[in-house]
Design a binder for this molecule. Structure first.
Ligand SMILES: *Cc1c(COP(=O)(O)O)cnc(C)c1O
Length: 400
Protein backbone atom coordinates (compact mmCIF):
# COMPACT_ATOMS: atom_id res chain seq x y z
CA UNK A 1 0.00 0.00 0.00
CA UNK A 2 1.49 3.34 -0.92
CA UNK A 3 0.76 6.50 0.94
CA UNK A 4 3.14 9.37 1.55
CA UNK A 5 5.56 8.95 4.44
CA UNK A 6 6.01 12.71 4.83
CA UNK A 7 3.32 14.30 6.94
CA UNK A 8 0.25 14.55 4.69
CA UNK A 9 -2.33 17.26 5.03
CA UNK A 10 -5.37 16.52 7.21
CA UNK A 11 -8.55 15.65 5.34
CA UNK A 12 -11.58 16.59 7.37
CA UNK A 13 -14.98 15.00 6.94
CA UNK A 14 -16.36 18.38 5.82
CA UNK A 15 -14.67 21.69 5.11
CA UNK A 16 -17.00 24.67 4.70
CA UNK A 17 -14.15 27.15 4.33
CA UNK A 18 -13.27 25.74 0.90
CA UNK A 19 -16.73 26.59 -0.40
CA UNK A 20 -16.60 30.02 1.16
CA UNK A 21 -13.52 30.81 -0.91
CA UNK A 22 -15.67 30.47 -4.05
CA UNK A 23 -18.73 32.42 -2.99
CA UNK A 24 -17.53 34.50 -0.05
CA UNK A 25 -17.05 37.80 -1.89
CA UNK A 26 -20.57 37.67 -3.33
CA UNK A 27 -22.06 36.64 0.01
CA UNK A 28 -20.35 39.50 1.80
CA UNK A 29 -21.71 41.95 -0.75
CA UNK A 30 -25.27 40.58 -0.45
CA UNK A 31 -25.19 40.47 3.34
CA UNK A 32 -23.88 44.02 3.52
CA UNK A 33 -26.72 45.12 1.26
CA UNK A 34 -29.21 43.54 3.67
CA UNK A 35 -27.58 45.22 6.66
CA UNK A 36 -27.81 48.59 4.93
CA UNK A 37 -31.40 48.04 3.77
CA UNK A 38 -32.97 48.21 7.23
CA UNK A 39 -35.24 45.31 6.26
CA UNK A 40 -34.30 42.21 8.20
CA UNK A 41 -37.06 39.62 8.34
CA UNK A 42 -39.35 38.06 5.69
CA UNK A 43 -38.45 40.62 3.05
CA UNK A 44 -37.53 40.53 -0.61
CA UNK A 45 -34.68 38.04 -0.27
CA UNK A 46 -36.88 35.55 1.55
CA UNK A 47 -39.61 35.94 -1.08
CA UNK A 48 -37.11 35.40 -3.92
CA UNK A 49 -35.64 32.38 -2.16
CA UNK A 50 -39.09 30.86 -1.62
CA UNK A 51 -39.88 31.24 -5.30
CA UNK A 52 -36.54 29.79 -6.43
CA UNK A 53 -36.68 26.79 -4.09
CA UNK A 54 -40.30 26.01 -5.02
CA UNK A 55 -39.21 26.01 -8.65
CA UNK A 56 -36.18 23.82 -7.96
CA UNK A 57 -38.41 21.31 -6.18
CA UNK A 58 -41.06 21.37 -8.88
CA UNK A 59 -43.68 22.65 -6.44
CA UNK A 60 -46.00 25.68 -6.42
CA UNK A 61 -45.11 27.13 -3.04
CA UNK A 62 -42.33 27.27 -0.51
CA UNK A 63 -42.68 28.74 2.96
CA UNK A 64 -39.44 29.78 4.62
CA UNK A 65 -39.09 29.03 8.31
CA UNK A 66 -36.40 29.25 10.97
CA UNK A 67 -34.89 25.76 10.55
CA UNK A 68 -35.55 22.26 9.26
CA UNK A 69 -36.97 20.99 12.53
CA UNK A 70 -39.56 23.78 12.56
CA UNK A 71 -40.35 22.90 8.94
CA UNK A 72 -41.30 19.38 10.10
CA UNK A 73 -43.26 20.62 13.13
CA UNK A 74 -45.17 23.18 11.06
CA UNK A 75 -45.87 20.71 8.25
CA UNK A 76 -47.42 18.28 10.76
CA UNK A 77 -49.31 21.16 12.37
CA UNK A 78 -50.63 22.41 9.03
CA UNK A 79 -51.90 18.88 8.37
CA UNK A 80 -53.74 19.03 11.74
CA UNK A 81 -51.69 16.19 13.17
CA UNK A 82 -51.59 16.20 16.97
CA UNK A 83 -52.50 14.24 20.10
CA UNK A 84 -54.00 10.82 19.41
CA UNK A 85 -52.49 10.61 15.92
CA UNK A 86 -49.75 8.29 14.71
CA UNK A 87 -47.08 9.07 12.15
CA UNK A 88 -44.94 6.40 10.50
CA UNK A 89 -41.23 7.17 10.10
CA UNK A 90 -37.91 5.30 10.14
CA UNK A 91 -35.88 4.97 13.36
CA UNK A 92 -32.64 5.38 11.40
CA UNK A 93 -32.57 9.14 10.87
CA UNK A 94 -31.63 12.34 12.67
CA UNK A 95 -33.67 12.79 15.83
CA UNK A 96 -35.52 15.85 14.54
CA UNK A 97 -37.75 13.72 12.30
CA UNK A 98 -39.37 11.90 15.22
CA UNK A 99 -38.92 14.79 17.63
CA UNK A 100 -41.22 16.92 15.46
CA UNK A 101 -43.90 14.22 15.68
CA UNK A 102 -43.56 14.01 19.46
CA UNK A 103 -43.58 17.78 19.89
CA UNK A 104 -46.93 17.89 18.08
CA UNK A 105 -48.23 15.47 20.73
CA UNK A 106 -48.54 12.68 18.16
CA UNK A 107 -46.91 9.26 18.32
CA UNK A 108 -43.96 8.22 16.17
CA UNK A 109 -44.49 4.69 14.86
CA UNK A 110 -41.19 3.36 13.60
CA UNK A 111 -40.78 1.17 10.55
CA UNK A 112 -37.39 -0.35 9.72
CA UNK A 113 -35.20 0.64 6.78
CA UNK A 114 -33.75 -1.21 3.80
CA UNK A 115 -30.10 -2.18 4.45
CA UNK A 116 -29.01 -1.29 0.90
CA UNK A 117 -30.57 2.18 0.65
CA UNK A 118 -30.76 3.11 4.38
CA UNK A 119 -34.30 4.37 3.66
CA UNK A 120 -37.79 3.40 4.86
CA UNK A 121 -38.63 -0.12 3.66
CA UNK A 122 -42.01 0.24 1.89
CA UNK A 123 -42.77 -3.47 2.28
CA UNK A 124 -42.98 -3.01 6.07
CA UNK A 125 -45.17 0.09 6.12
CA UNK A 126 -48.65 -1.37 5.81
CA UNK A 127 -48.25 -3.64 8.84
CA UNK A 128 -47.71 -0.53 10.97
CA UNK A 129 -50.88 1.28 9.92
CA UNK A 130 -53.66 1.59 12.52
CA UNK A 131 -56.91 3.59 12.57
CA UNK A 132 -54.93 6.41 14.21
CA UNK A 133 -52.27 6.65 11.47
CA UNK A 134 -52.41 10.06 9.79
CA UNK A 135 -49.15 10.44 7.89
CA UNK A 136 -45.88 8.94 6.75
CA UNK A 137 -42.58 10.83 6.94
CA UNK A 138 -40.04 9.13 4.68
CA UNK A 139 -36.51 10.49 4.99
CA UNK A 140 -34.24 10.87 1.96
CA UNK A 141 -31.24 9.84 4.02
CA UNK A 142 -27.69 10.81 3.01
CA UNK A 143 -29.06 12.41 -0.19
CA UNK A 144 -30.77 9.39 -1.73
CA UNK A 145 -34.54 9.58 -2.26
CA UNK A 146 -36.63 7.02 -0.42
CA UNK A 147 -38.53 4.59 -2.67
CA UNK A 148 -41.50 6.93 -2.99
CA UNK A 149 -43.86 5.22 -5.46
CA UNK A 150 -44.84 2.34 -3.17
CA UNK A 151 -45.00 4.73 -0.20
CA UNK A 152 -47.28 7.10 -2.11
CA UNK A 153 -49.47 4.18 -3.24
CA UNK A 154 -49.90 3.01 0.38
CA UNK A 155 -50.65 6.56 1.52
CA UNK A 156 -53.24 6.86 -1.21
CA UNK A 157 -54.88 3.58 -0.30
CA UNK A 158 -55.15 4.49 3.39
CA UNK A 159 -55.77 8.23 3.05
CA UNK A 160 -52.52 9.29 4.69
CA UNK A 161 -50.50 12.46 4.19
CA UNK A 162 -46.90 12.10 3.04
CA UNK A 163 -44.38 14.61 4.36
CA UNK A 164 -40.91 14.19 2.86
CA UNK A 165 -37.99 14.84 5.17
CA UNK A 166 -35.87 16.39 2.44
CA UNK A 167 -33.31 17.90 4.82
CA UNK A 168 -30.44 15.95 3.25
CA UNK A 169 -31.51 15.69 -0.38
CA UNK A 170 -32.25 19.07 -1.93
CA UNK A 171 -31.64 18.71 -5.67
CA UNK A 172 -32.09 14.92 -5.73
CA UNK A 173 -34.50 13.23 -8.12
CA UNK A 174 -36.70 10.14 -8.01
CA UNK A 175 -37.65 8.73 -11.42
CA UNK A 176 -36.95 12.12 -12.94
CA UNK A 177 -39.00 14.07 -10.38
CA UNK A 178 -37.29 16.32 -7.82
CA UNK A 179 -37.55 15.42 -4.15
CA UNK A 180 -39.87 17.93 -2.61
CA UNK A 181 -42.50 17.48 -5.32
CA UNK A 182 -43.38 13.90 -4.38
CA UNK A 183 -45.33 14.12 -1.11
CA UNK A 184 -48.02 16.54 0.12
CA UNK A 185 -45.31 18.60 1.78
CA UNK A 186 -41.57 18.44 1.94
CA UNK A 187 -39.24 19.85 4.57
CA UNK A 188 -35.82 21.29 3.83
CA UNK A 189 -33.03 22.21 6.22
CA UNK A 190 -30.45 24.81 5.29
CA UNK A 191 -28.28 24.01 8.30
CA UNK A 192 -24.74 25.03 7.32
CA UNK A 193 -23.51 21.48 6.70
CA UNK A 194 -26.38 20.52 4.37
CA UNK A 195 -25.85 20.47 0.59
CA UNK A 196 -27.30 23.98 0.45
CA UNK A 197 -26.27 25.57 3.72
CA UNK A 198 -26.96 28.98 5.23
CA UNK A 199 -24.61 30.87 7.56
CA UNK A 200 -26.80 29.82 10.47
CA UNK A 201 -30.17 28.12 10.80
CA UNK A 202 -32.81 28.20 8.08
CA UNK A 203 -35.49 25.88 6.72
CA UNK A 204 -38.43 25.62 4.35
CA UNK A 205 -41.64 23.72 3.70
CA UNK A 206 -42.43 23.08 0.05
CA UNK A 207 -45.92 22.17 -1.19
CA UNK A 208 -48.19 22.49 -4.19
CA UNK A 209 -51.31 22.69 -2.01
CA UNK A 210 -52.77 26.22 -1.80
CA UNK A 211 -54.51 25.73 1.54
CA UNK A 212 -51.47 24.12 3.20
CA UNK A 213 -49.16 26.90 2.02
CA UNK A 214 -51.55 29.54 3.41
CA UNK A 215 -51.82 27.72 6.73
CA UNK A 216 -48.02 27.36 6.97
CA UNK A 217 -47.62 31.12 6.50
CA UNK A 218 -50.11 31.75 9.29
CA UNK A 219 -48.50 29.25 11.67
CA UNK A 220 -44.95 30.52 11.18
CA UNK A 221 -45.99 34.02 12.28
CA UNK A 222 -48.06 33.68 15.47
CA UNK A 223 -51.27 32.54 13.79
CA UNK A 224 -51.82 35.88 12.04
CA UNK A 225 -53.53 36.23 8.71
CA UNK A 226 -53.65 39.95 9.30
CA UNK A 227 -51.01 41.57 11.47
CA UNK A 228 -52.01 41.65 15.17
CA UNK A 229 -55.19 39.66 14.49
CA UNK A 230 -54.53 36.16 15.83
CA UNK A 231 -56.94 33.61 14.41
CA UNK A 232 -55.15 30.75 16.11
CA UNK A 233 -51.94 30.03 17.95
CA UNK A 234 -48.77 29.77 15.94
CA UNK A 235 -45.07 30.21 16.58
CA UNK A 236 -42.30 32.57 15.64
CA UNK A 237 -40.48 30.69 12.93
CA UNK A 238 -39.68 33.45 10.47
CA UNK A 239 -36.60 33.45 8.29
CA UNK A 240 -34.32 36.44 8.25
CA UNK A 241 -33.06 38.30 5.23
CA UNK A 242 -29.38 37.66 5.90
CA UNK A 243 -29.82 33.89 5.68
CA UNK A 244 -31.97 34.22 2.57
CA UNK A 245 -29.35 36.45 0.94
CA UNK A 246 -26.62 33.89 1.65
CA UNK A 247 -28.76 31.07 0.24
CA UNK A 248 -29.63 33.06 -2.89
CA UNK A 249 -25.92 33.43 -3.66
CA UNK A 250 -25.32 29.69 -3.19
CA UNK A 251 -28.45 28.31 -4.87
CA UNK A 252 -27.21 28.72 -8.48
CA UNK A 253 -24.17 26.57 -7.59
CA UNK A 254 -26.17 23.73 -6.06
CA UNK A 255 -26.48 21.51 -9.12
CA UNK A 256 -22.75 21.79 -9.94
CA UNK A 257 -21.90 21.06 -6.30
CA UNK A 258 -24.21 18.05 -6.26
CA UNK A 259 -22.61 16.84 -9.50
CA UNK A 260 -19.18 17.18 -7.88
CA UNK A 261 -20.39 15.11 -4.93
CA UNK A 262 -21.37 12.43 -7.45
CA UNK A 263 -17.89 12.65 -8.96
CA UNK A 264 -16.35 12.18 -5.51
CA UNK A 265 -18.62 9.14 -5.03
CA UNK A 266 -17.42 7.68 -8.34
CA UNK A 267 -13.79 8.16 -7.26
CA UNK A 268 -14.51 6.35 -4.00
CA UNK A 269 -16.31 3.52 -5.82
CA UNK A 270 -13.34 3.06 -8.17
CA UNK A 271 -10.86 3.10 -5.29
CA UNK A 272 -12.85 0.46 -3.37
CA UNK A 273 -13.72 -1.80 -6.27
CA UNK A 274 -11.28 -4.50 -5.11
CA UNK A 275 -12.32 -4.25 -1.46
CA UNK A 276 -15.34 -6.51 -1.02
CA UNK A 277 -15.30 -5.96 2.76
CA UNK A 278 -16.19 -2.31 2.24
CA UNK A 279 -19.90 -2.11 1.48
CA UNK A 280 -20.51 1.00 -0.60
CA UNK A 281 -23.65 3.13 -0.81
CA UNK A 282 -25.97 1.63 -3.39
CA UNK A 283 -27.86 4.15 -5.46
CA UNK A 284 -31.24 2.78 -6.51
CA UNK A 285 -32.09 2.59 -10.14
CA UNK A 286 -33.79 5.81 -11.30
CA UNK A 287 -32.63 7.94 -8.39
CA UNK A 288 -30.49 11.02 -8.70
CA UNK A 289 -28.50 10.71 -5.45
CA UNK A 290 -26.91 13.93 -4.15
CA UNK A 291 -24.48 12.29 -1.70
CA UNK A 292 -25.04 14.50 1.30
CA UNK A 293 -22.97 11.78 2.94
CA UNK A 294 -20.84 8.97 1.56
CA UNK A 295 -21.71 6.22 4.01
CA UNK A 296 -20.18 2.78 4.03
CA UNK A 297 -20.01 -0.18 6.35
CA UNK A 298 -17.33 -2.79 6.86
CA UNK A 299 -18.39 -6.37 6.45
CA UNK A 300 -15.77 -8.85 7.66
CA UNK A 301 -17.46 -11.73 5.89
CA UNK A 302 -17.32 -15.41 6.85
CA UNK A 303 -14.25 -16.56 8.76
CA UNK A 304 -13.07 -13.07 9.69
CA UNK A 305 -13.67 -10.87 12.65
CA UNK A 306 -15.77 -7.84 11.87
CA UNK A 307 -13.67 -4.71 12.12
CA UNK A 308 -15.35 -2.42 14.55
CA UNK A 309 -16.53 0.86 13.12
CA UNK A 310 -15.16 2.80 16.05
CA UNK A 311 -11.78 1.23 15.61
CA UNK A 312 -11.74 2.12 11.90
CA UNK A 313 -12.67 5.70 12.81
CA UNK A 314 -9.86 6.02 15.31
CA UNK A 315 -7.34 4.47 12.90
CA UNK A 316 -8.40 6.93 10.20
CA UNK A 317 -8.08 9.76 12.67
CA UNK A 318 -4.51 8.70 13.53
CA UNK A 319 -3.75 9.02 9.82
CA UNK A 320 -5.21 12.54 9.68
CA UNK A 321 -8.50 11.55 8.06
CA UNK A 322 -11.84 12.63 9.45
CA UNK A 323 -14.93 10.44 9.49
CA UNK A 324 -18.30 10.53 11.22
CA UNK A 325 -21.01 8.19 12.31
CA UNK A 326 -24.54 9.21 11.34
CA UNK A 327 -26.18 7.91 13.57
CA UNK A 328 -24.79 5.77 16.39
CA UNK A 329 -28.11 5.12 18.17
CA UNK A 330 -31.36 4.43 16.32
CA UNK A 331 -34.24 6.55 17.59
CA UNK A 332 -36.21 3.67 19.14
CA UNK A 333 -33.28 3.12 21.53
CA UNK A 334 -32.76 6.79 22.42
CA UNK A 335 -33.66 7.81 25.96
CA UNK A 336 -35.76 10.70 24.65
CA UNK A 337 -38.08 8.21 22.93
CA UNK A 338 -38.14 5.58 25.67
CA UNK A 339 -41.79 6.39 26.45
CA UNK A 340 -42.69 4.86 23.08
CA UNK A 341 -41.89 1.46 24.60
CA UNK A 342 -39.66 0.00 21.92
CA UNK A 343 -36.89 -2.48 22.71
CA UNK A 344 -33.57 -3.61 21.30
CA UNK A 345 -34.27 -6.08 18.52
CA UNK A 346 -37.40 -4.31 17.27
CA UNK A 347 -35.66 -2.86 14.19
CA UNK A 348 -32.71 -5.12 13.36
CA UNK A 349 -31.60 -3.34 10.20
CA UNK A 350 -31.51 0.08 11.86
CA UNK A 351 -29.63 -1.43 14.81
CA UNK A 352 -27.08 -3.08 12.51
CA UNK A 353 -26.55 0.16 10.58
CA UNK A 354 -26.21 2.21 13.77
CA UNK A 355 -23.48 -0.20 14.86
CA UNK A 356 -21.63 -0.39 11.55
CA UNK A 357 -22.01 2.70 9.36
CA UNK A 358 -19.29 5.22 8.83
CA UNK A 359 -19.31 8.37 6.67
CA UNK A 360 -16.16 9.35 4.81
CA UNK A 361 -15.10 12.88 3.85
CA UNK A 362 -17.63 14.24 1.34
CA UNK A 363 -17.89 17.75 -0.02
CA UNK A 364 -17.71 19.20 -3.52
CA UNK A 365 -14.20 20.64 -3.19
CA UNK A 366 -12.48 17.31 -2.44
CA UNK A 367 -9.84 16.46 -5.02
CA UNK A 368 -9.24 13.12 -6.68
CA UNK A 369 -5.92 12.91 -4.85
CA UNK A 370 -7.59 13.44 -1.47
CA UNK A 371 -10.26 10.84 -2.20
CA UNK A 372 -7.60 8.33 -3.22
CA UNK A 373 -5.68 9.04 -0.05
CA UNK A 374 -8.76 8.43 2.12
CA UNK A 375 -9.49 5.23 0.22
CA UNK A 376 -5.96 3.82 0.30
CA UNK A 377 -5.73 4.44 4.03
CA UNK A 378 -9.07 2.78 4.64
CA UNK A 379 -8.18 -0.18 2.41
CA UNK A 380 -4.96 -0.51 4.34
CA UNK A 381 -6.68 -0.39 7.76
CA UNK A 382 -9.34 -2.89 6.77
CA UNK A 383 -7.02 -5.39 5.15
CA UNK A 384 -4.54 -5.33 8.02
CA UNK A 385 -7.32 -5.74 10.58
CA UNK A 386 -8.83 -8.60 8.62
CA UNK A 387 -5.45 -10.32 8.40
CA UNK A 388 -4.92 -9.90 12.16
CA UNK A 389 -8.44 -11.20 12.83
CA UNK A 390 -7.95 -14.25 10.62
CA UNK A 391 -4.66 -15.07 12.35
CA UNK A 392 -6.24 -14.88 15.80
CA UNK A 393 -9.02 -17.17 14.56
CA UNK A 394 -11.65 -14.91 15.99
CA UNK A 395 -15.00 -16.69 15.68
CA UNK A 396 -17.16 -16.17 12.67
CA UNK A 397 -19.26 -13.04 12.74
CA UNK A 398 -22.94 -13.80 13.04
CA UNK A 399 -23.73 -10.72 10.98
CA UNK A 400 -26.80 -8.67 11.84
C1 LIG B 1 -30.73 18.36 9.49
C2 LIG B 1 -31.90 17.49 9.57
C3 LIG B 1 -33.12 17.89 10.14
C4 LIG B 1 -33.29 19.15 10.95
O1 LIG B 1 -32.92 20.32 10.35
P1 LIG B 1 -32.42 21.56 11.24
O2 LIG B 1 -32.35 22.65 10.22
O3 LIG B 1 -31.11 21.20 11.81
O4 LIG B 1 -33.46 21.82 12.27
C5 LIG B 1 -34.20 17.04 10.06
N1 LIG B 1 -34.10 15.84 9.46
C6 LIG B 1 -32.95 15.39 8.93
C7 LIG B 1 -32.91 14.05 8.28
C8 LIG B 1 -31.80 16.20 8.98
O5 LIG B 1 -30.68 15.74 8.45
Amino acid sequence: MSFPKDKPQQISVLDLKEQYKQVGAQIEESVLAVLRSGNYILGQNVARLEEAVAQLCGAKYAVAVANGTDALILALWAANIGPGDEVITPPFTFAATAEAIALRGARAVFVDVDPATFNLDPSLVEAAITPRTKAIIPVHLYGQPADMDPILAIADRWGLKVIEDNAQAIGATYKGRPTGSLGDMSCISFYPTKNLGAAGDAGMVVTSDDALSQRLKVLRAHGCRKRYYHDELGVNSRLDEIQAAVLLVKLPHLSAWNERRNQVARWYARAFKNSPQIVLPQPMLHTGHVFHQYTIRIDGGPGCSPVSRDEVMSQLSLRGIGSMCYYPVPLHLQTAFSALGYRRGDFPVSEMLARDVLSLPMYPELTEEQVNRVASNLNDIVSSRLAAGAMAEIPLSTGM
